[in-house]
Ligand binder design. Structure first.
Ligand SMILES: NC(=O)c1ccc[n+]([C@@H]2O[C@H](COP(=O)([O-])OP(=O)(O)OC[C@H]3O[C@@H](n4cnc5c(N)ncnc54)[C@H](O)[C@@H]3O)[C@@H](O)[C@H]2O)c1
Length: 257
């Protein structure tokens, strides 16, 4: 199936990777649902897609909230009639050591990053089953594969996404619904900017992080969007349950070396 005319929901499409993905998929002819909590960012993405000749709809959504996700799906179906693709991209991070982390902070990260994947997938799958096809692409992180001091909640949420993706693939393969996960490395977005700003020597870290990558640059939202497009498309029709690392080769390096 080509992406042309297919309906794809992109969560957190008001910024960064989500915006880059929504714009690329729209340029391929997909009808995009921008499911985003930030009205200003969501509408900015909508305007960019429409001014580029694409089709999109912004639906104000809190992906961590069951009722909000339910309403988003109802509105998406009412507008476009079906859903083929779901990109679970919305995410937040928190730098806090486990020993001093509050339960509220733990639950906030797990809710926005992991419960959202459960809620949005659960809402989309019945429609995909009815259509006899569908593709879910979840955005985790290299944090799913490595430990990072100070990121226990974020790391746990991203590892959880990888595990959840596999089980969604098993349960829904017989209905021709695929489920895959992308683990991005460092991507230049607002999330990266806020991390960099918290570092003691941002300019030095900025230079060093480029060197961490064999390809000598950090990623762009488009680098991830291209991988999402591939996994959504028919070119990946026999690929399900996988975790695809897209990180400029960073994970190939042993950091002790
Ligand atoms: N930037 C990186 O280096 C990097 C690396 C690995 C993984 N990721 C992951 O990629 C995804 C996108 O990150 P990004 O860098 O583009 O971040 P970003 O902050 O630029 O964009 C995240 C978007 O999600 C939205 N969002 C947050 N909470 C939401 C909620 N409850 N409901 C709906 N929308 C919500 C935000 O408003 C924002 O528009 C995240 O899951 C992140 O963990 C990012």
């Amino acid at each position: 199936m080509s992406l042309r005319e297919s309906v794809v929901i992109v969560t957190g499409a008001g910024s960064g990777i989500g915006r880059g993905t929504a714009k690329l998929l729209a340029s391929e002819g997909a009808k995009i649902v921008i499911a985003e909590i930030n009205q200003v960012g969501g509408i900015a993405t909508l305007e960019e897609i429409i001014s580029g000749g694409g089709t999109a709809k912004f639906i104000h959504t809190n992906v961590a909230d069951e009722q909000s996700v339910h309403r988003m799906m109802e509105e998406a179906i009412a507008s476009y009639g079906s859903v083929y693709g779901l990109v679970n991209n919305a995410g937040i991070e928190l730098e806090a050591e486990l020993s001093s982390m509050t339960v509220a902070d733990w639950e906030r990260i797990l809710s926005v990053n992991l419960r959202s994947v459960f809620l949005c997938s659960r809402a989309a799958i019945p429609h995909m089953r009815r259509n006899g096809r569908g593709s879910i692409v979840n955005i985790a992180s290299v944090h799913a594969n490595f430990g990072f001091e100070g990121y226990s909640a974020y790391d746990a949420s991203k590892g959880g996404i990888v595990a959840l993706t596999r089980t969604i693939a098993l349960e829904n393969g017989p209905y021709q619904i695929r489920s895959n996960v992308i683990c991005p490395g460092y991507i230049d977005t607002a999330l990266w900017d806020s991390w960099l700003a918290r570092q003691p020597e941002p300019e030095k870290i900025e230079r060093e992080t480029r060197q961490w990558h064999p390809l000598r640059r950090r990623g762009t939202p488009l680098d991830i969007a291209q991988a999402v497009k591939f996994l959504l498309s028919d070119a990946a029709e026999w690929i399900t349950g996988i975790s695809l690392v897209v990180d400029g080769g960073m994970s190939a390096r042993f950091f002790g070396s």
